[in-house]
Design a binder for this molecule. Structure first.
Ligand code: HEM
Length: 273
Protein backbone atom coordinates (compact mmCIF):
# COMPACT_ATOMS: atom_id res chain seq x y z
CA UNK A 1 0.00 0.00 0.00
CA UNK A 2 2.84 2.35 0.92
CA UNK A 3 4.62 1.55 -2.39
CA UNK A 4 1.41 2.27 -4.29
CA UNK A 5 1.02 5.60 -2.53
CA UNK A 6 4.65 6.51 -3.27
CA UNK A 7 4.27 5.53 -6.94
CA UNK A 8 1.10 7.63 -7.23
CA UNK A 9 2.86 10.63 -5.71
CA UNK A 10 5.85 10.25 -8.06
CA UNK A 11 3.55 9.90 -11.07
CA UNK A 12 1.64 13.02 -10.07
CA UNK A 13 4.89 14.97 -10.05
CA UNK A 14 5.85 13.90 -13.59
CA UNK A 15 5.72 16.93 -15.94
CA UNK A 16 2.80 15.60 -17.97
CA UNK A 17 0.57 14.93 -14.95
CA UNK A 18 1.62 18.14 -13.22
CA UNK A 19 0.79 20.08 -16.37
CA UNK A 20 -2.60 18.42 -16.91
CA UNK A 21 -3.40 19.07 -13.26
CA UNK A 22 -2.67 22.82 -13.74
CA UNK A 23 -4.85 22.80 -16.85
CA UNK A 24 -7.74 21.34 -14.84
CA UNK A 25 -7.45 24.34 -12.50
CA UNK A 26 -7.43 26.80 -15.42
CA UNK A 27 -10.37 25.14 -17.17
CA UNK A 28 -12.40 24.98 -13.93
CA UNK A 29 -11.63 28.64 -13.18
CA UNK A 30 -12.64 29.73 -16.66
CA UNK A 31 -15.77 27.58 -16.65
CA UNK A 32 -16.96 29.27 -13.48
CA UNK A 33 -16.75 32.83 -14.89
CA UNK A 34 -20.07 34.49 -15.54
CA UNK A 35 -21.34 35.82 -18.88
CA UNK A 36 -19.84 39.31 -18.41
CA UNK A 37 -16.34 37.88 -17.97
CA UNK A 38 -16.30 35.85 -21.19
CA UNK A 39 -13.11 35.96 -23.22
CA UNK A 40 -12.70 35.62 -26.98
CA UNK A 41 -10.36 32.68 -27.37
CA UNK A 42 -10.17 29.00 -28.26
CA UNK A 43 -10.68 27.86 -24.69
CA UNK A 44 -13.92 29.85 -24.53
CA UNK A 45 -15.12 28.24 -27.78
CA UNK A 46 -14.45 24.80 -26.33
CA UNK A 47 -16.12 25.67 -23.03
CA UNK A 48 -19.19 26.91 -24.90
CA UNK A 49 -19.80 23.36 -26.15
CA UNK A 50 -18.63 21.53 -23.02
CA UNK A 51 -20.98 19.43 -20.96
CA UNK A 52 -20.84 17.26 -17.84
CA UNK A 53 -23.57 15.03 -19.26
CA UNK A 54 -22.80 11.78 -20.98
CA UNK A 55 -22.29 12.19 -24.74
CA UNK A 56 -23.74 9.41 -26.83
CA UNK A 57 -22.07 8.74 -30.20
CA UNK A 58 -24.53 7.85 -32.91
CA UNK A 59 -22.92 4.74 -34.37
CA UNK A 60 -25.42 4.47 -37.20
CA UNK A 61 -24.59 7.77 -38.84
CA UNK A 62 -21.68 10.01 -39.72
CA UNK A 63 -22.93 12.69 -37.34
CA UNK A 64 -20.26 13.78 -34.87
CA UNK A 65 -21.71 15.07 -31.58
CA UNK A 66 -20.94 18.79 -31.30
CA UNK A 67 -20.27 18.50 -27.59
CA UNK A 68 -17.14 18.00 -25.52
CA UNK A 69 -16.59 16.50 -22.10
CA UNK A 70 -14.62 18.77 -19.72
CA UNK A 71 -11.85 16.17 -19.80
CA UNK A 72 -11.65 16.61 -23.58
CA UNK A 73 -11.36 20.39 -23.15
CA UNK A 74 -8.38 19.84 -20.83
CA UNK A 75 -6.79 17.32 -23.22
CA UNK A 76 -7.24 19.63 -26.21
CA UNK A 77 -5.64 22.49 -24.28
CA UNK A 78 -2.75 20.14 -23.44
CA UNK A 79 -2.38 19.09 -27.08
CA UNK A 80 -2.21 22.73 -28.18
CA UNK A 81 0.52 23.51 -25.67
CA UNK A 82 2.56 20.46 -26.72
CA UNK A 83 2.01 20.92 -30.47
CA UNK A 84 2.39 24.68 -30.41
CA UNK A 85 5.72 25.49 -28.73
CA UNK A 86 8.46 22.97 -29.50
CA UNK A 87 7.51 22.88 -33.19
CA UNK A 88 7.74 26.63 -33.82
CA UNK A 89 10.89 27.08 -31.75
CA UNK A 90 12.57 24.17 -33.57
CA UNK A 91 11.54 25.65 -36.96
CA UNK A 92 13.18 28.91 -35.86
CA UNK A 93 16.34 27.00 -34.90
CA UNK A 94 16.60 25.57 -38.43
CA UNK A 95 15.89 29.04 -39.91
CA UNK A 96 18.72 30.49 -37.83
CA UNK A 97 21.09 27.73 -38.92
CA UNK A 98 20.39 28.44 -42.59
CA UNK A 99 20.81 32.19 -42.03
CA UNK A 100 24.16 31.65 -40.32
CA UNK A 101 25.42 29.42 -43.14
CA UNK A 102 23.91 31.36 -46.08
CA UNK A 103 24.90 35.05 -45.73
CA UNK A 104 23.60 35.90 -49.23
CA UNK A 105 20.16 34.55 -48.36
CA UNK A 106 20.29 36.53 -45.11
CA UNK A 107 21.06 39.77 -46.98
CA UNK A 108 18.31 39.10 -49.52
CA UNK A 109 15.81 38.64 -46.71
CA UNK A 110 16.95 41.82 -44.99
CA UNK A 111 16.55 43.72 -48.27
CA UNK A 112 12.97 42.47 -48.61
CA UNK A 113 12.20 43.38 -45.00
CA UNK A 114 13.49 46.92 -45.64
CA UNK A 115 11.13 47.22 -48.62
CA UNK A 116 8.24 46.91 -46.15
CA UNK A 117 9.10 49.38 -43.38
CA UNK A 118 7.37 49.27 -40.01
CA UNK A 119 4.59 51.85 -40.46
CA UNK A 120 3.01 51.07 -37.13
CA UNK A 121 0.88 48.40 -38.75
CA UNK A 122 0.61 44.94 -37.23
CA UNK A 123 3.27 42.30 -38.06
CA UNK A 124 0.42 40.33 -39.62
CA UNK A 125 -0.14 43.02 -42.28
CA UNK A 126 3.56 43.78 -42.65
CA UNK A 127 4.78 40.28 -43.47
CA UNK A 128 1.81 39.49 -45.70
CA UNK A 129 3.49 40.49 -48.98
CA UNK A 130 7.01 39.26 -48.23
CA UNK A 131 7.29 36.61 -50.93
CA UNK A 132 10.96 35.75 -50.39
CA UNK A 133 10.43 35.35 -46.62
CA UNK A 134 7.57 32.97 -47.34
CA UNK A 135 9.69 30.92 -49.79
CA UNK A 136 12.58 30.95 -47.31
CA UNK A 137 10.49 29.35 -44.55
CA UNK A 138 8.96 26.85 -46.98
CA UNK A 139 12.44 25.82 -48.07
CA UNK A 140 13.62 25.47 -44.45
CA UNK A 141 10.65 23.20 -43.67
CA UNK A 142 11.20 21.21 -46.88
CA UNK A 143 14.78 20.42 -45.91
CA UNK A 144 14.06 20.13 -42.19
CA UNK A 145 10.50 18.85 -41.61
CA UNK A 146 9.97 19.11 -37.86
CA UNK A 147 7.39 16.41 -37.27
CA UNK A 148 7.70 13.80 -40.04
CA UNK A 149 6.17 11.12 -37.83
CA UNK A 150 3.10 13.18 -36.92
CA UNK A 151 1.14 12.40 -40.08
CA UNK A 152 -0.48 8.99 -39.73
CA UNK A 153 -3.82 7.73 -40.99
CA UNK A 154 -5.77 4.55 -40.30
CA UNK A 155 -7.10 2.81 -43.38
CA UNK A 156 -10.88 2.33 -42.96
CA UNK A 157 -11.48 0.14 -46.06
CA UNK A 158 -9.14 -2.46 -47.53
CA UNK A 159 -7.77 -0.89 -50.67
CA UNK A 160 -5.07 -1.36 -53.35
CA UNK A 161 -2.59 1.39 -54.17
CA UNK A 162 -0.02 0.78 -56.96
CA UNK A 163 -0.60 -2.98 -56.57
CA UNK A 164 0.00 -2.89 -52.78
CA UNK A 165 -2.94 -4.15 -50.73
CA UNK A 166 -3.56 -2.00 -47.67
CA UNK A 167 -5.71 -3.85 -45.14
CA UNK A 168 -8.48 -2.15 -43.21
CA UNK A 169 -7.07 -1.06 -39.84
CA UNK A 170 -3.48 -0.60 -41.09
CA UNK A 171 -1.79 2.59 -40.03
CA UNK A 172 -0.12 4.46 -42.90
CA UNK A 173 2.67 6.99 -42.54
CA UNK A 174 4.06 8.89 -45.54
CA UNK A 175 7.84 9.04 -45.86
CA UNK A 176 8.03 12.82 -45.66
CA UNK A 177 11.81 13.08 -46.09
CA UNK A 178 11.82 11.00 -49.29
CA UNK A 179 9.10 13.20 -50.74
CA UNK A 180 10.86 16.42 -49.75
CA UNK A 181 14.17 15.31 -51.29
CA UNK A 182 12.77 13.65 -54.43
CA UNK A 183 14.55 15.20 -57.47
CA UNK A 184 11.57 14.35 -59.69
CA UNK A 185 9.31 16.44 -57.46
CA UNK A 186 11.76 19.23 -56.58
CA UNK A 187 14.17 19.46 -59.56
CA UNK A 188 15.75 20.60 -61.75
CA UNK A 189 17.88 22.13 -58.94
CA UNK A 190 19.46 19.59 -56.60
CA UNK A 191 17.04 19.06 -53.62
CA UNK A 192 20.08 18.95 -51.30
CA UNK A 193 20.71 22.63 -51.97
CA UNK A 194 18.92 25.43 -50.13
CA UNK A 195 17.10 27.36 -52.89
CA UNK A 196 13.98 29.26 -51.70
CA UNK A 197 13.10 30.25 -55.29
CA UNK A 198 12.17 26.63 -56.11
CA UNK A 199 8.88 27.27 -54.27
CA UNK A 200 7.86 29.83 -56.89
CA UNK A 201 7.34 26.90 -59.30
CA UNK A 202 4.10 24.97 -58.91
CA UNK A 203 4.76 21.47 -57.50
CA UNK A 204 2.76 18.29 -56.99
CA UNK A 205 0.13 18.92 -54.25
CA UNK A 206 1.58 16.25 -51.95
CA UNK A 207 5.25 16.87 -52.71
CA UNK A 208 5.38 19.05 -49.61
CA UNK A 209 3.81 18.17 -46.27
CA UNK A 210 5.62 19.63 -43.23
CA UNK A 211 2.19 20.43 -41.79
CA UNK A 212 0.59 17.16 -42.89
CA UNK A 213 -2.16 16.92 -45.46
CA UNK A 214 -5.92 16.97 -45.90
CA UNK A 215 -8.75 18.02 -43.59
CA UNK A 216 -6.83 16.91 -40.46
CA UNK A 217 -3.59 18.71 -41.25
CA UNK A 218 -1.93 21.00 -38.69
CA UNK A 219 -4.57 23.30 -37.27
CA UNK A 220 -1.85 25.71 -36.06
CA UNK A 221 -0.15 26.08 -39.47
CA UNK A 222 -1.13 29.69 -40.24
CA UNK A 223 -0.44 30.76 -36.69
CA UNK A 224 2.99 29.05 -36.73
CA UNK A 225 3.96 30.66 -40.05
CA UNK A 226 2.92 34.07 -38.77
CA UNK A 227 4.89 33.60 -35.54
CA UNK A 228 8.02 32.50 -37.42
CA UNK A 229 7.79 35.36 -39.94
CA UNK A 230 7.21 37.97 -37.26
CA UNK A 231 10.12 36.70 -35.18
CA UNK A 232 12.52 36.58 -38.16
CA UNK A 233 11.62 40.13 -39.26
CA UNK A 234 12.50 41.50 -35.81
CA UNK A 235 15.63 39.35 -35.49
CA UNK A 236 17.02 40.27 -38.91
CA UNK A 237 16.24 43.96 -38.43
CA UNK A 238 18.29 44.14 -35.26
CA UNK A 239 21.01 41.52 -35.66
CA UNK A 240 23.38 39.91 -38.13
CA UNK A 241 23.43 36.16 -37.61
CA UNK A 242 26.87 34.55 -37.77
CA UNK A 243 28.08 30.96 -37.27
CA UNK A 244 29.12 30.18 -33.71
CA UNK A 245 32.10 28.11 -32.59
CA UNK A 246 31.65 24.40 -33.29
CA UNK A 247 28.34 25.10 -34.96
CA UNK A 248 28.54 22.26 -37.51
CA UNK A 249 29.86 19.70 -35.00
CA UNK A 250 26.93 20.30 -32.65
CA UNK A 251 24.33 20.49 -35.39
CA UNK A 252 23.50 16.78 -35.23
CA UNK A 253 19.86 16.09 -35.98
CA UNK A 254 18.28 13.79 -33.41
CA UNK A 255 15.42 11.73 -34.76
CA UNK A 256 14.48 10.09 -31.48
CA UNK A 257 11.75 12.45 -30.28
CA UNK A 258 8.43 13.34 -31.84
CA UNK A 259 9.97 16.65 -32.89
CA UNK A 260 13.07 16.16 -35.08
CA UNK A 261 15.59 18.64 -33.77
CA UNK A 262 19.33 19.36 -33.67
CA UNK A 263 21.27 18.53 -30.53
CA UNK A 264 22.30 22.20 -30.26
CA UNK A 265 22.82 25.26 -32.40
CA UNK A 266 25.63 27.70 -31.65
CA UNK A 267 25.41 31.03 -33.45
CA UNK A 268 26.66 34.56 -32.83
CA UNK A 269 24.55 37.68 -33.01
CA UNK A 270 26.10 41.01 -34.04
CA UNK A 271 23.99 44.08 -33.25
CA UNK A 272 23.30 46.08 -36.42
CA UNK A 273 22.80 49.56 -34.99
C1 HEM B 1 6.48 24.84 -37.59
C2 HEM B 1 5.49 24.56 -36.77
C3 HEM B 1 4.62 23.34 -36.86
C4 HEM B 1 4.76 22.18 -37.60
C5 HEM B 1 5.89 21.83 -38.57
C6 HEM B 1 3.59 21.35 -37.30
C7 HEM B 1 3.37 20.09 -37.87
C8 HEM B 1 2.24 19.33 -37.64
C9 HEM B 1 1.97 18.07 -38.30
C10 HEM B 1 2.85 17.38 -39.33
C11 HEM B 1 0.78 17.63 -37.82
C12 HEM B 1 0.03 16.34 -38.25
C13 HEM B 1 -0.92 16.72 -39.39
C14 HEM B 1 -1.53 15.57 -40.16
O1 HEM B 1 -1.69 14.48 -39.59
O2 HEM B 1 -1.88 15.75 -41.36
C15 HEM B 1 0.30 18.59 -36.85
C16 HEM B 1 -0.89 18.48 -36.14
C17 HEM B 1 -1.31 19.40 -35.20
N1 HEM B 1 -0.73 20.60 -34.90
FE1 HEM B 1 0.98 21.35 -35.72
N2 HEM B 1 2.79 21.99 -36.39
C18 HEM B 1 3.36 23.21 -36.11
C19 HEM B 1 2.86 24.18 -35.26
C20 HEM B 1 1.70 24.09 -34.53
C21 HEM B 1 1.16 25.12 -33.67
C22 HEM B 1 1.79 26.51 -33.44
C23 HEM B 1 0.01 24.61 -33.12
C24 HEM B 1 -0.97 25.23 -32.15
C25 HEM B 1 -1.06 26.50 -31.86
C26 HEM B 1 -0.18 23.28 -33.64
C27 HEM B 1 -1.23 22.44 -33.32
C28 HEM B 1 -1.45 21.21 -33.90
C29 HEM B 1 -2.58 20.35 -33.53
C30 HEM B 1 -3.63 20.65 -32.45
C31 HEM B 1 -2.49 19.21 -34.35
C32 HEM B 1 -3.45 18.02 -34.38
C33 HEM B 1 -4.51 18.31 -35.43
C34 HEM B 1 -5.56 17.23 -35.55
O3 HEM B 1 -5.32 16.10 -35.17
O4 HEM B 1 -6.62 17.55 -36.09
N3 HEM B 1 0.86 23.00 -34.50
N4 HEM B 1 1.21 19.63 -36.77
Amino acid sequence: MRILHKWKKTAEELPRFWFVDRLHHVVNARASLDETERRIDLLQLMLDVATSNEIKDDNNSDVIPKKLQYEEVVNNAFLFMIAGYETTSTALTYCTYILATHPTVQEKLRKEIEEYPDNNESDYDRVHNMVYLDSFIREVLRMFPIAPKATTRECNTTTTVCSYVIEKGSVIQPDMLSLHYDPNLWGPDDPNLFIPERHLTRRHPVAYMPFGQGPRNCVGMRFALMEIKSCLVHLLTQYIILPGDEMEQKFKILDVHFVRQPEALYIKLAKRF
